[in-house]
Design a protein around this ligand. Structure first.
Ligand code: SF4
Ligand code: SF4
Length: 253
């Protein structure tokens, strides 16, 4: 389990398993999992989980070593799969931000962009979410232990709501829900509590961001607010990064 720029929340999803984690430890050997105990970042491993985005020159070098030491590499969470919330700086001038935030910016060595792991090395499986759930991580591990390639979740949150018979919060409450373009995996958690999805699982397959932007406009969102709905936790994912609010309609005269 390797960490790059991240909040550690995805690793916590695994640590929170409690007793199940102890059972898992009887089936696999954890060779490097600093939050849980064993520290050996250069260990050769069958499966490497990678949390976090690439933000510094040292990250790039470390990641390449991890890739060459691992048979199957799985990214966990929005940081690792899309650059995370920290990729918001990709839309700004990093040097100006560093100068504004740090008392001694000359000590900070950063790459200009915060990037997902797949921009640097081959990734065998991406588990999306902020954070991922233990169910996702265990599902991937179980499949690999049986010699099967883990399945990718591609459906949209909307489909999950229909399966669970959750009332649509966009239709019933007029909330700006991102479910129509967001990958499921969370079990449509937010709508099941009457809240709008904010897309923490990233873009689903064939996400129609243009249609959703028009719908959000119809709900009264200004173009800047629509852009912010897409450019959030998964702002580095191409479908969300490139989503545009609808152009204002031309009026005659
Ligand atoms: S994806 Fe979310 S929970 Fe996971 S490390 Fe990044 S910020 Fe934390
Ligand atoms: S409903 Fe949306 S915001 Fe809520 S947990 Fe699921 S993907 Fe994340």
């Amino acid at each position: 389990m390797h960490k790059f720029s991240s909040c550690d929340g995805c690793q916590l999803a695994l640590l929170n398993l409690g007793e199940t984690l102890l059972q898992l430890a009887q089936m696999v050997e954890f060779v490097h999992f600093a939050e849980a105990g064993p520290v050996n970042p250069e260990a050769i491993a069958d499966i490497a989980f990678v949390e976090g985005s690439v933000s510094t020159p040292e990250d790039k070098e470390r990641l390449e070593r991890i890739r060459s030491n691992s048979r199957f590499l799985i990214t966990i969470g929005a940081c690792a799969t899309a650059g995370g919330i920290q990729a918001l700086r990709n839309f700004a001038n990093t040097k100006q931000w560093v100068a504004a935030i740090y008392a001694k910016p000359e000590h900070i060595r950063l790459l200009d962009r915060s990037t997902p792991i797949a921009e640097h090395v081959k990734v065998d499986l991406e588990l999306w979410g902020c954070p991922v759930t233990a169910r996702q991580v265990l599902g991937a591990l179980r499949a690999l232990l049986f010699g099967v390639t883990p399945a990718q979740e591609q459906d949209k949150v909307c489909l999950e709501c229909k399966r669970r018979q959750t009332v649509c919060v966009m239709v019933a409450k007029g909330l700006p829900c991102m479910g129509p373009v967001t990958r499921t995996g969370c079990g449509a958690l937010c709508p099941s509590f009457g809240r709008d999805c904010y897309a923490c699982y990233g873009p689903a397959e064939n996400a129609n961001t243009t249609a959703l932007s028009r719908r959000l406009e119809g709900l009264g969102l200004l173009p800047e607010a629509t852009t912010r709905r897409f450019r959030f936790i998964n702002c580095g994912a191409p479908a969300f990064r490139e989503a545009q609010p609808p152009a204002p309609e031309k009026t005659n005269g």
